[in-house]
Design a protein around this ligand. Structure first.
Ligand SMILES: Cc1ncc(COP(=O)(O)O)c(C=O)c1O
Length: 402
C-alpha cells in the first residue's frame, strides 16, 4: 500500500463519501481519526471545566489543556508553552495582534506593511487599525518574477514601520514566500513580523526560532484538526505586550471594584470557558503531524500538482495562474469564457469539490485583473486517479461549452 493510501485510510469522511474527490483543502482539511477520537473521548469521559476545579476530573482536563501548549511549542520549536496562545483560528489570532498589541502603539505617520498576497484575515485588521490611527498601510507587491522580494520589502520598511505581516503560503495562488529572508530584512530595523502560517502549518515544518518571526498564527481546521481552534505564537520580546480582546473569568490575577489585573499572555486569551475539547483535538492533530513524514507528504502534493498542471496543458482553454509553487499543493486557474463558479458547479456534478471565487483575496485579484479563479488544493489523502478524474471532467466541460 502506498503512503497516501495509508494516510487516506485515517480519514473517515472518505468512508462516508467514497466517490468524493475533495480538492478544497486550502479552505479546510478533512479531520483525521485520532482528532475525532480525542474529542469524543473528552465528551464521553473527560468533560470538566478547567482552571477552577479542585476535583480530579477538572484537574485532569486542566493538565491536558496546558500540556497542549507545550506540545504546540515543541511543534513550532518555540521556547515554551508560554509563547502559545489559543484562539478560534488565524483570523482571531491576527486580530489579537492588531488590536491587542499594535493599535495602542500606532500613531499618525507610522506605517504597517503587508503583502498584496494576503488573505483578508491578514489584511483587514491592519487596514482597520491604520485607519483608526491615521497610519499608512503599505503594500509589498509582487516583483517581476511574480514573487515577494526581500529587497523590495527593505525599501518599504523605514523607521516609522511598526509591524510587517505576511503569509508563508498564499491561499489563492499557492505561492510559497521566502519568509526567512523577508523577516531578516525587518530584523535589521528591529521591526516586528507576523507570519500567517494558515496554509503551511500542516505539511511545512515551522521553526519560529530559525524563522525569526515575532508572531505566527495558524488554524486547527487546515491541519486535520477541529474548526474553532487556532494558535497565536508570540515571541518573548512581545509576550508581555499582548493584551486580550475579551476579558472575563479565568484570566484575572485580581479583581476589585476599582482596579483589576490580568494574567499575562497566553493565559489572558482564555477569558470565559475555553474550547477545551477543541484544544485537545488540536493537540491530537499536532501529534498526527509530528509523526507524519512531511517530506514525503510535500512530495506527494507536489506530484499531484505537477500531474494536474501538466495534464491540463493539452486543454487550450485552461489558463493557469502561473504563480504557484508545487509544494504548496495549490493552483488557481480559469477556463476561457466560463466563469469560475460555473466551472466549480460543473465539477460538482461529477462529485469533485473545488473552490471558486475570490478566495478572500480581493486586493490580489484586483492587482492581477481577475474577477475570480477556480482553485484546486491537494492534500495527503488525494490520489493520482483523482487528478485523472478532475482533468477528464474539465475536458468534458470544455467540450460541452463549445
Ligand atoms: C492564508 C490564510 N490566512 C488566514 C486564513 C483565515 O483562517 P481562519 O478562517 O481559520 O481564521 C485563511 C483561511 O482561508 C488563509 O488561507
Amino acid at each position: 500500500m502506498g503512503m497516501n493510501k495509508i494516510w487516506r485510510s485515517r480519514f473517515p469522511i472518505f468512508q462516508h463519501h467514497p466517490e468524493l474527490v475533495y480538492l478544497d483543502n486550502a479552505a479546510t482539511t478533512q479531520r483525521v481519526d485520532s482528532v475525532i477520537d480525542a474529542m469524543q473521548e473528552f465528551s464521553i469521559s473527560e468533560n470538566a471545566s478547567i482552571h477552577r476545579g479542585i476535583y480530579n476530573l477538572s484537574n485532569a482536563a486542566t493538565n491536558r489543556f496546558e500540556d497542549t501548549r507545550h506540545k504546540i511549542a515543541k511543534f513550532l520549536n518555540a521556547k515554551s508553552g508560554e509563547n502559545i496562545g489559543f484562539t478560534k483560528g488565524s483570523t482571531e489570532s491576527i486580530n489579537v495582534v492588531a488590536k491587542g498589541y499594535l493599535e495602542s502603539r500606532l500613531s499618525k505617520d507610522d506605517n504597517v506593511v503587508v503583502s498584496i498576497l494576503e488573505h483578508h484575515a491578514n489584511f483587514l485588521p491592519w487596514q482597520d487599525v491604520c485607519k483608526k490611527k491615521g497610519a499608512e498601510l503599505r503594500i509589498l507587491r509582487l516583483d517581476g518574477d511574480g514573487k515577494l522580494s526581500p529587497e523590495s520589502l527593505a525599501e518599504l520598511v523605514d523607521k516609522r514601520t511598526r509591524l510587517v505581516a505576511v503569509n508563508h503560503i498564499s491561499n489563492a495562488l499557492g505561492r510559497i514566500n521566502p519568509v526567512t529572508s523577508l523577516i531578516a530584512k525587518c530584523k535589521k530595523r528591529n521591526v516586528p513580523v507576523l507570519i500567517d502560517a494558515a496554509q503551511s502549518a500542516a505539511l511545512h515544518s515551522i521553526d519560529v526560532e530559525k524563522m525569526g518571526c515575532d508572531f505566527l498564527v495558524f488554524s486547527g481546521h487546515k491541519m486535520f484538526g477541529p474548526m474553532g481552534t487556532g494558535v497565536l505564537y508570540v515571541g518573548d520580546n512581545y509576550r508581555e505586550e499582548v493584551e486580550p480582546l475579551v476579558v472575563g473569568g479565568g484570566m484575572i490575577e485580581s479583581v476589585s471594584e476599582s482596579v483589576s489585573t490580568y494574567r499575562p499572555f497566553p493565559f489572558n486569551l482564555d477569558a470565559g470557558t475555553p474550547n477545551v475539547q477543541g484544544v485537545l483535538g488540536l493537540g491530537a492533530a499536532v501529534d498526527f503531524l509530528t509523526q507524519l513524514d512531511k517530506d514525503a507528504a510535500r512530495l506527494h502534493v507536489a506530484r499531484l500538482t505537477s500531474k494536474f498542471t501538466q495534464g491540463v496543458k493539452s486543454i487550450a482553454e485552461i489558463k493557469l495562474v502561473p504563480l504557484f509553487d508545487e509544494e504548496s499543493g495549490i493552483v488557481s486557474f480559469n477556463v476561457n469564457g466560463i466563469h469560475a463558479h460555473d466551472v466549480a458547479g460543473f465539477l460538482n456534478r461529477d462529485n469533485i469539490a473545488i473552490r471558486a471565487g475570490m478566495h478572500c483575496t480581493q486586493p490580489l485579484l484586483d492587482e492581477l485583473n481577475l474577477d475570480a479563479t477556480a482553485r484546486v488544493s491537494f492534500s495527503i489523502y488525494n490520489e493520482e486517479e483523482e487528478v485523472d478524474r478532475l482533468i477528464s471532467s474539465l475536458q468534458k466541460l470544455v467540450d460541452f461549452w463549445k
